[in-house]
Design a protein around this ligand. Structure first.
Ligand code: ADP
Ligand code: ZN
Length: 609
């Protein structure tokens, strides 16, 4: 057995490396530099943690997220690894103790914030220590283009200059080419080997749902995930707070998170999300980077994200444990109008606006597609996914399309004849021949398009307009009131020269579930309550976590407990074969686990459960 595999099994309790992990580990352990591009949940941490244990000296891990370092360290300590975190939140005595341990070579891994690392004092300290490697986590923070830019990351090139013989490994889940180029340049990784993984996350199910009655749709969605941890993304702070309050009133443990909240409240909410069972975080995109709770079961978007890339990052926070997870988005006409307006009126320069419009168009195209969603997502990262995936809404419940050439002509003609000054509501009234006050006051009942669209109901017209907008056959007026105008591309359609195929809108929510699917997507295979042994194991875990003041998943993942519940191991030896149970955890918790398996009633009397 290779040394790296031995460490993986004994210390981490995993049977085999995933994807490119082993190649990366061996390259870095042998002293090579590496740039690792792997999706969230792909398993980046092991790529530096295993070499850290293979090489003599202390591995220095640069991480931008002070609040989350401690959880990583807690997880390593549970595995019997000598790890510590150095940042501004420590009491001074503790800091000095860790620094001494680094000098004495008593630590395998130290997590450190970049601003701390780059102080002259700390760099001098490293001169006196033996450094196993430098790991630069969330390496895209060095890039100005991303929304996670951290100026201190720019100073990290000093590591290579000062310690050219120490291997460096930079890791990120942001894969677009400009960011990658910037990382290589800024961190002087020109010589590093690049390891690019597939970005597919097979256990995540993607669906996009036409926004109809959002509160109701969200409630139905959450009903399928009762008791699960999840993230709900909203675009505005206001909506974050309103949504969190509404869910809390429904009895759901929902907490708000956005940049406008007091730092203390943010920290508390994040901590509760990481530590408690079944917390739903309602957040803006300010929340999420580095959140490595493995059992997040869903990421829901109530508003359109900024780009396909952003969407992929945000949804990637679900299902890191490899168990079924759901990415679910509500998407509606108002989103399209709103974001277009937001871009048009922003302060950004023209070039930036063009870029953002392109990104929005790509995203809208993806929302409206009738093809496999996974294929579309991966294509955005330059990856070719050969077959439809079978695990997205379009694969599972193929959308019907209809020849909308006539409907499109009616809609465009109606826009034109009413003077390109009205929004969807009024246009639909004209098409459907509604005698509203507004119709009368503008004399729109005298238009030739008045009442020619009675065959479609209001909801379907909304869908037609939304899709015409997404396809670029209509555009919104920059006035921000949502009035629609024709585009160059509208002409051939108006003249009847270009056919238009649109997707049929799914049945409205009021009618219950969509088209009679009996199993809801993303429902976990085993509902916790189905298995009393699993429940008892969870109770044990909760008690152990509380006693040590660490998140429950740091003790064991759900998948590990589920495996124990399924295998019902009789002895230590059998328990050692369960994924996620390495040597240290076997020693610490083996007996307790076996006791629960042998007789749940014994445990039920324990006070803390
Ligand atoms: P990333 O940082 O890339 O998002 P992590 O390093 O947090 O991902 O790993 C994601 C999850 O996958 C973690 O729960 C980790 O324990 C698990 N994992 C990583 N590598 C393996 C492996 N080889 N076998 C089993 N589980 C693994
Ligand atoms: Zn698919």
């Amino acid at each position: 057995m290779t040394q790296s595999l031995d460490i993986l099994q004994r210390t981490f309790g995993y049977a085999a490396f995933r994807g490119p992990q082993q190649a990366i580990v061996e390259h870095v352990a042998a002293g090579g530099d590496a740039l690792v591009l792997m999706p969230t949940g792909g398993g980046k941490s092991l790529c530096y943690q295993v070499p850290a244990l293979l090489r003599p000296g202390t591995a220095i891990v640069v991480s931008p997220l002070i609040a989350l370092m401690q959880d990583q360290v807690d997880a390593l300590v549970q595995l019997g690894v000598r790890a510590a975190a150095l940042n501004s939140s420590l009491p001074p005595g503790e800091s000095a103790r860790i620094e001494r341990a680094i000098e004495d070579g008593d630590l395998d891994l130290v997590y450190v914030a970049p601003e701390r690392l780059l102080t002259g004092r700390f760099l001098d300290l490293l001169d006196r220590a033996r450094i196993a490697l430098f790991a630069i986590d969330e390496a895209h923070c060095v890039s100005q283009w991303g929304h996670d830019f951290r100026p201190e990351y720019r100073g990290l090139d000093v590591l290579h200059r000062r310690w050219p013989q120490v291997p460096r490994i930079a890791l990120t889940a942001t894969a677009d080419a400009p960011t990658r180029r910037e990382i290589v340049e800024r961190l002087e990784l020109g010589e590093a080997r690049e390891f690019v993984s597939s970005f597919d996350r097979p256990n995540i199910r993607y669906s996009v749902v036409a926004k109809d009655r959002p509160e109701r749709q969200l409630r139905d969605f959450l009903a399928r995930h009762r008791g699960a941890a999840g993230i709900i993304y909203c675009q505005s702070r206001r909506k974050v707070e309103d949504t969190a309050a509404a869910l809390a009133a429904d009895g759901i443990t929902a907490l708000p998170y956005h940049a406008g909240l007091d730092a203390g409240v943010r920290a508390t909410n994040q901590r509760r999300f990481l530590r408690e069972d079944g917390v739903v975080m309602v957040a803006t995109i300010a929340f999420g980077m580095g959140i490595d709770r493995p059992d997040v079961r869903f990421a829901a978007h109530l508003d359109l994200p900024k780009s396909v890339e952003g969407y992929y990052q945000e949804t990637g926070r679900a299902g890191r444990d490899g168990e079924p997870a759901e990415a679910w988005m509500l998407y509606g006409l108002a989103d399209v109008v709103g974001i277009r307006h937001f871009i048009d009126t922003s302060e950004a320069g023209e070039e930036r606006k063009r870029l953002e419009r392109r990104k929005l168009d790509a995203l809208l195209g993806w929302c409206e597609t009738t093809r496999c969603r996974r294929q579309g997502l991966l294509a955005a990262f330059g990856e070719d996914y050969p077959r439809p995936c079978g695990n997205c809404d379009n694969c599972l419940d193929p959308p019907r399309t209809f020849d909308a050439t006539e409907a499109a002509r009616m809609a465009l003609s109606c826009v034109y004849r009413s003077g390109q000054r009205f929004g969807v509501g009024h246009l639909t009234d004209i098409l459907r021949g509604e005698q509203t006050e507004r119709v009368a006051s503008f004399g729109h009942d005298r238009l030739t398009t008045f009442g020619i669209g009675r065959a479609l109901d209001e909801r379907r017209w909304k869908g037609v307009f939304r899709q015409l907008l997404a396809l670029g056959l209509l555009e919104t007026d920059p006035d921000g009131h949502g009035s629609l105008r024709l585009t160059e591309a509208s002409r051939p359609v108006l003249r009847g020269e270009a056919p238009v195929l649109l997707r049929e809108e799914a049945a409205p929510v009021a009618g219950g579930r969509r088209r009679g699917k009996s199993t809801a997507p993303g429902e976990t295979a085993v509902a916790p309550a189905d298995d009393p042994l699993f429940e008892a194991l969870r109770a044990l875990r909760a008690r152990l976590a509380r006693e040590q003041n660490v998140p429950a998943y740091v003790i064991f993942h759900d998948s590990t407990l589920r495996a124990v519940a399924a295998l019902r191991p009789r002895d230590r030896h059998a328990l050692a074969g369960v994924p996620g149970i390495g040597g240290a955890k076997l020693d610490r918790y083996g007996e307790a686990l076996l006791e629960v398996v042998r007789g749940q009633h014994d445990f039920a009397e324990a006070p803390a459960a």
